[in-house]
Design a protein. Structure first.
Length: 373
């Protein structure tokens, strides 16, 4: 394996994606501008239908962002103030924020040591008479073991609301992430596998009642102009973002296959490097590798060495939710797997347009950094 030219390697490359869709997007935006269809309209409806078909859900409701998507899905699923919602400590804080914004109680639990996904045994242990929902997070492009959560949720009358922000196109036993529970919320933040040109999100469901409730709540509680049936808020998918997303959706499957190919190269090249623990795919899963997360000792020193060499690695996420300032309530040691992993995880550059030469450079620098740490 040759290291190639020693150039910088970005964590993600959004410009390359934009170049692929530029002409199509600009043409469609011309139609939006000429028709002045700025809120809702055919472009939003077309994307919602296309994405629902892509994941195999009956309904897709475009909303303003991924956090709103989770909150709306939880509300539509019946979560109320004071209810407890179980979720993994190893996630982005938006998962917990969506729960808190309802007035519900976030209940973090630990993750499994292999995949760093929500641990079903920990969920079972956390259930109480106040449990109203379980939120599995499909982290890093994997799908959580939702089939093991279903009987736990059913035993206490809770709903399963999936956080599918990092798993667009990922499947478990042939079913798409976001379609395994009552509803799923996803984010189209620009860096996601399916990313907009700004903030955007969606709720996925096959329950017509949930679909209707999400649409009602996200439109100021109104199904008819100036008639407000419940207290809602404003969360709509912008028409411009719908245009961008539909163009990218047509390429998502191919882009995900490129991610898988890149992940396979990393796995082959990193397998024999001492001190680097590589991620593995769970049986039954087809992962879409939103992130390629390895684990190393002395992570911060390794990360600094990568950055100094021009390799823009990252950390997802350095602080478990329960140890953040916003949610500091549990004592250290409460969730040992998530806490230990937080000091070891390292996200390597991975995106659909990454080149073999760029990956070779990443592996070369990482091997040297781990050896010197």
């Amino acid at each position: 394996m040759s290291a190639g030219v020693q150039t910088s390697v970005p964590l993600v490359d959004l410009v390359a994606q934009e170049e692929e869709v530029h002409e199509e997007v600009m043409a469609q935006l011309g139609d939006v501008l000429s028709s002045a269809s700025f809120i809702g309209g055919p472009a939003v409806a077309a994307f919602e239908a296309a994405y629902a078909s892509f994941v195999g859900a009956r309904h897709c409701v475009g909303v303003a962002n991924g956090t709103d998507a989770l909150e709306l899905a939880l509300r539509a699923g019946g979560v109320r103030p004071g209810g407890e919602v179980i979720f993994p400590a190893n996630t982005f804080i938006a998962t917990a924020e969506a729960i808190s914004r309802i007035g519900a109680v976030p209940v973090p639990v630990d993750v499994d040591p292999t995949y760093l996904l929500i641990d079903p045994e920990a969920v079972a242990a956390a259930v109480t008479s106040r449990t109203q929902a379980v939120v599995p997070v499909h982290l890093f492009g994997q799908t959580a073991f939702v089939e093991r959560l279903v009987p736990i949720a059913q035993s206490c009358g809770a709903v399963i609301i999936e956080d599918a922000a990092q798993a667009q196109g990922a499947t478990r036993f042939g079913r798409n992430a976001g379609t395994l529970g009552t509803a799923g919320g996803t984010s189209f933040y620009p860096g996601k596998n399916l990313g907009a040109a700004g903030d955007a999100g969606a709720v996925l469901t096959s329950d017509p009642g949930v679909d209707a409730a999400v649409r009602l709540l996200g439109a100021h509680g109104s199904s008819e102009k100036y008639r407000h049936e419940v207290v809602g808020f404003n969360s709509r998918l912008d028409t411009v973002q719908a245009v961008v997303l539909k163009a990218k959706l047509a390429r998502l499957q191919a882009w995900n296959l490129r991610r898988r190919a890149a992940a396979e190269r990393y796995a082959a090249w990193l397998a024999d490097i001492p001190g680097v623990r590589i991620p593995v795919e769970a049986p039954g899963n087809v992962d879409v590798w939103h992130l390629y997360v390895v684990r190393v000792q002395h992570r911060d020193r390794v990360l600094a060495a990568l950055h100094e060499a021009g390799v823009q690695a990252g950390i997802h996420y350095p602080v478990p939710v329960h140890m953040s300032g916003a949610y500091a309530g549990a004592s250290f040691g409460a969730f040992p797997v998530a806490e230990e992993a937080a000091g070891q995880i390292l996200s390597l550059p991975l995106f659909p347009h990454i080149t073999v030469e760029q990956q070779e450079r990443v592996v070369e620098v990482l091997a040297a950094a781990v050896g010197a740490a």
